[in-house]
Design a protein around this ligand. Sequence first.
Ligand SMILES: Nc1nc2c(ncn2[C@@H]2O[C@H](COP(=O)(O)OP(=O)(O)OP(=O)(O)O)[C@@H](O)[C@H]2O)c(=O)[nH]1
Ligand SMILES: [Mg+2]
Length: 285
Amino acid sequence: MSKRKADSGSQMDMGQAARLNNPDENYVTVLLIGKTGTGKSSAANICIEPSRSQFGETPLMCEKKIRLLRDCRTLAVIDTPGLFHTTISAEEMKREMARCVSMCAPGPHVFLIVIEPKRFSREEQDMVEIIKKLFGDEAARYTMVLFTHGDEMEADGVSAEKLLYFNPSFNKFVSKCQGVYHVFNNNECNSENKKKQVNELVEKIDRMVQRNGGLCYTNDMFREAQRAIDQEMFQMNGQGESIGSRDTAERNNSFVRAVEQTQAVGVADVVKGVRAVREAWCTTQ
Ligand SMILES: Nc1nc2c(ncn2[C@@H]2O[C@H](COP(=O)(O)OP(=O)(O)OP(=O)(O)O)[C@@H](O)[C@H]2O)c(=O)[nH]1
Ligand SMILES: [Mg+2]
């Protein structure tokens, strides 16, 4: 991800031309993850500025929507069902995890951990460990915290800086996420303020990705999903990518089917891991 500044001119610059040849350069892929009800879908809606279809209409399923950024890159936002959701079955969770990996392939630029500050709980403090279990150890370097309910924080006179200063568990948690956080007011109505929130988030993601070598996070699992998508699209089209066919291929491909049949590429085990964490948490309550 080289040239980040908005390009107001009509001519394609070198950065844009380079990005067209390298799909990773064209995308900013954001995976929203967090406990149920923290504001993931609301934040995802702010990111993509929904006109017709909204995130959150099918809360037990992963959803992906895209939007063009002002520098011509595509912002891809993937919303997930709440971790620790009690109504989702093991089978559904496994399928959604597989789809989530597939929708992010070849990998996300950021694992955005969504936290509602007032409801920050002990189980959320383990979120980075859960992400490592789910997506691999290196994924920790791509985590960032998104505090929602910025409106309430402002009304209470509590800034994120104050929270971090006075609350050691917050501080410890954010440190595990490279010390990077952002605040969203998902109830913001002013469109300029909404844009500002998103632009600042993307700038923070860009800086983090640069620190990580300029590319998205990937591993064998994401590469396997990408391969399965490519194969599925090839079978559908017999030729190059179109947005419609990619969307279909992401939802159903040999990777997703393999995970569903538990001949896993790692996902089944990590899903078991999440459930174990959740069950351990429930029994201590
Ligand atoms: N005041 C305020 N309310 C918010 C904010 N973000 C989310 N909410 C509210 O919190 C509730 C849950 O928001 P969702 O976006 O559905 O949360 P979620 O994490 O997607 O929930 P699940 O999909 O069930 O896990 C809704 O009633 C939102 O209106 C915020 O920034 N400020
Ligand atoms: Mg939701």
